[in-house]
Design a protein around this ligand. Structure first.
Ligand SMILES: Nc1ncnc2c1ncn2[C@@H]1O[C@H](COP(=O)(O)OP(=O)(O)OP(=O)(O)O)[C@@H](O)[C@H]1O
Length: 793
């Protein structure tokens, strides 16, 4: 994986029949991953290994007994935590502020712990390893021990669980048998074994009985979509596991075609890193950046289900606290704002606010004359710049210097010596004189990022001065009224400006010094408290001290980080990273000076004109060539027939597509219909209605998406509303069974069925959009067209 090499797909899975009670929902047939028609990247079936099928009910009953024990322990721990929380709350709001703050901090800790214990209810236990030394190890969502500290369940992220994901017959890693335990609620519904030890197969049949199943992985893939992403913790594949557990340091790029689990892997990696490097990351935090708020909603249940609530999830547009970037603009305008040169433009715009006046400015004070001379201003500017501090902070030095020069002029006109303390009064008088203030402000204007960037757009001469590299056309495209709303592409520029302008942080720094003194004492105290309460297993003394000092219960690391523009994270995960502009990379890298990054994406799915078609071209300039790449090669989402045609379309359009193997084959997965142009929307809605009937299941699963270009959204939505599929004018709602979206908005999401309306129009906007649209379904892609189909279809 390291050194930008391609990983292979080493996991072999037995094609088996699924032992199940009451049974998973029926679904289209699947192609076993060992089928000869699948890609050569899937390792051939090892001949030494075979599945054993007998006595399933006994095995299920045996596993049920163990699963009951583990859930029993979970219930006990929940009960204990609830009791502790109630005890803390009972103490009420009395006592000294220190006592109250400690109580609040403990209440938050117990609440967090309880939330974690509640979140792991589903599929708490999902695996068992039978080891060469005849011991057994159960693998699950979190680690649990019994009251005597005997292990009951191994956290999936622990080193001891790694073999569950990686062991193969060729490299059994001390494992004789790997068992997938499938549960629904707290009931074991099936087991599936992979036997990695030949001797075991030749041994006692009774001991090995009851092992059958069609494969936990494929069963999971066949389940109806719910509109929200689920975790894959029970069926992580070896090539995915290697990425999830890759070392923390440096920048890791995860390239993979559609449906290869990039998002799933990114989320599981965030959870893994928090577990494996908790000391480091619990206080600095992990940031996860996604392409849109819709996407963040789509994934928002995954990390909590893995027992992690401390990750800050956001979009680039939301990275600057206090800036609401909900304006829209044409792609070509966003592309200009994303260019690397805009960093220079902002820098020049800042320097333009440090200006030597053309003429001397004369000011009269108490009948005496002082002059703000261009020479003095030039010298004071040069001296202040040499400090290399941000504009608003260096301004303090500039003003002090200028006032001193003006005071000298004033004093030289007096007929007597001025004592040092009275000179200070003269300086203060000069400072408060309106004309002096105006003259100094004109020379070195205090600035907010919003004013600086807003002026660039609304005052063409300022842009012309700051951006000589941009063509007149480009500059005209950037022009807009001063009160126009901010757009997502403005946010990196505002952050750049904030960085160069700085805030007057003198008070902050004094406070920080005082806080540092207090902190050592607080950490020592927190350590003592943890020793007494036994809370050290799930929180460090440093974090507890943060919470004592943090002003109350609300301030978790994630909350403090999200509210602070200058927060630097211990690790940043970026999904759909191929879309990021050069300026967006700058804002992100500022948040992770250690360059500990997981960068996830597919350069064939790029839709933004500011995005990348090559990782090297995108990342070499920003990471100076210091990054490693891992590839994902198996498409778990899209049926083979759909993936094949999407691949042909991508190739015809010249997209840099990764070679892919589809894990699933679904009969009749691709349906193409030509219809009259004036019937497109109505027919598409009818197809969606029929599809919904087919995929809807009793538990609320089953999702259908109608995808069309932005210009058709309204008419498709109206047709879908007429067909009773969605409320008229309703906003896109991921929880609804049917959604109407643009391909861009569908990025990263998936549905059971996609109805794609007029692919030629999608292609006209961007080939990446068409590739994205075609690769969203897990079961069926319906293509409806009036115009000729794009080549490759
Ligand atoms: N090991 C796995 N076990 C079970 N399901 C998996 C596994 N890997 C991926 N999946 C499923 O495959 C689907 C696609 O995963 P995901 O959305 O992470 O892919 P992606 O590479 O980010 O796709 P895209 O680039 O198209 O957005 C999801 O439903 C995910 O849960």
């Amino acid at each position: 994986m390291d050194g930008r090499s391609r990983s292979s797909y080493p996991t072999w899975r037995e094609p088996t029949t699924w032992s199940d009670r009451p049974g998973p929902t029926t679904s289209p047939t699947t192609r076993p991953t060992t089928s000869p028609t699948t890609s050569p990247t899937i390792a051939p079936r090892p001949r030494r290994t075979r599945d054993v099928t007998a006595g399933t009910d006994d095995e299920i009953a045996r596993e049920q007994a163990q699963v009951d024990v583990v859930y029993g322990r979970l219930d006990d721990l929940r009960g204990q935590t609830r009791a502790r929380l109630a005890e803390v709350r009972r103490q009420g709001p009395s006592g000294s502020p220190q006592n109250r703050s400690e109580r609040d901090a403990f209440a938050t800790l117990y609440e967090d712990r309880l939330a974690q214990l509640e979140a792991v209810e589903e599929r708490l236990v999902f695996g068992r390893l039978d080891l060469e030394d005849d011991s057994r190890r159960y693998v699950g969502r979190i680690g649990l021990t019994d009251p005597e500290q005997t292990p009951l369940l191994t956290d999936w992220r622990a080193p001891a669980a790694q073999a569950f994901y990686r062991a193969t017959a060729a490299h059994p890693d001390g494992v004789r048998r790997r068992r997938h335990v499938v549960t629904r609620g707290r009931t074991v519904t099936g087991v599936e074994d992979e036997v990695l030890d030949l001797e075991l197969l030749d041994g006692d049949g009774a001991e090995l009985s009851g092992l059958s199943g069609e494969g936990a992985l494929l069963a999971g893939l066949r389940a109806g979509r719910t509109g929200r992403m689920g975790d894959i913790v029970a069926t992580i594949q070896a090539e995915q596991d290697r990425i999830i557990r890759s070392e923390l340091g440096g920048a890791l790029v995860v390239q993979g075609g559609p449906g290869t689990g990039k998002t799933a892997v990114a989320l599981h990696r965030a959870a893994y890193l928090l577990y494996a490097h908790r000391r480091l990351l619990e206080r600095s935090g992990v940031l996860l950046v996604g392409p849109s708020r819709t996407f963040l909603r789509y994934i928002d249940q995954v990390l909590p289900s893995l027992g992690e609530t401390g990750v800050v999830t956001t979009t680039v547009a939301d990275l600057v606290p206090g800036v609401v970037a909900d304006g829209t603009e044409p792609d070509e305008v966003a592309e200009i704002k994303g260019r690397a040169i805009m960093a220079r433009v902002v820098e020049r715009a800042v320097r333009a606010r440090q200006r030597v006046p053309a003429e001397p400015v004369e000011v009269r004070i108490d009948g005496r004359r002082v002059v703000v001379r261009p020479d003095d201003v030039a010298q004071a500017i040069a001296r202040a710049r040499r400090l290399h501090r941000p504009h608003n902070l260096a301004r303090v030095a500039f003003v002090r210097d200028m006032l001193s020069r003006l005071a000298n002029q004033y004093v030289s006109q007096l007929a007597f010596e001025v004592p040092a303390d009275e000179r200070g009064e003269i300086v203060e008088e000069l400072r408060s004189t309106r004309e002096v203030r105006i003259a100094l402000n004109l020379a070195w204007m205090p600035m907010s990022p919003q004013k600086l960037v807003g002026d660039l757009y609304s005052r063409p001469w300022r842009l012309a001065q700051a951006a000589p590299e941009l063509s007149e056309r480009d500059r005209a495209l950037l022009a807009r009224p001063a009160d126009a709303p901010w757009t997502p592409a403005d946010v990196p520029l505002l952050d750049e400006a904030a960085e160069l302008l700085g805030e007057d942080d003198q008070a902050d720094r004094a406070q920080a010094r005082a806080a540092a003194d207090a902190r050592a004492r607080e950490v020592a105290y927190a350590r003592q408290v943890l020793e007494q309460t036994g809370g050290g297993a799930f929180v460090s003394a440093e974090l507890l001290a943060d919470r004592f000092a943090g002003g109350g219960p609300a301030l978790t690391t994630a909350e403090r980080a999200a509210a602070d523009r200058r927060w630097t994270y211990g690790h940043v995960v970026v999904d759909e990273a191929q879309e990021l502009s050069a300026m967006a990379w700058r804002i992100l890298l500022r948040r992770v000076p250690t360059r500990s990054l997981t960068i996830v994406g597919d350069v064939a799915q790029t839709t933004s004109p500011a995005g990348a078609r090559s990782w090297a071209r995108m990342l070499d300039p920003v990471l100076r060539g210091s990054w490693r790449q891992a590839d994902l090669t198996v498409n778990y989402r899209t049926p083979a027939a759909v993936a094949d045609v999407a691949g042909r379309v991508a190739d015809a359009a010249g997209l840099p597509r990764s070679p892919l193997t589809s894990a699933r084959e679904v009969p009749d997965a691709l349906v193409v219909r030509q219809v009259p142009g004036d019937e497109l929307e109505r027919r598409a809605a009818a197809v969606a209605a029929d599809a919904l009937e087919e995929v809807r299941d009793a538990s609320g699963g089953g999702r259908v998406a109608l995808l069309a270009v932005a210009e058709r959204q309204e008419s498709v939505r109206a047709a879908a509303a007429d067909a009773g599929l969605l409320a008229p004018d309703g906003a896109p709602d991921l929880d609804a069974p049917v959604v109407v979206l643009t391909p861009l908005a569908a990025k990263g999401l998936e549905f059971d069925v996609v109805v794609l309306v007029e692919p030629a129009e999608v292609l006209a906007r961007s080939a990446g959009d068409l590739y994205v649209a075609m690769t969203r379904p897990t079961r069926t892609l319906h293509v409806l067209h009036a115009a000729p189909l794009p080549s490759g279809c």
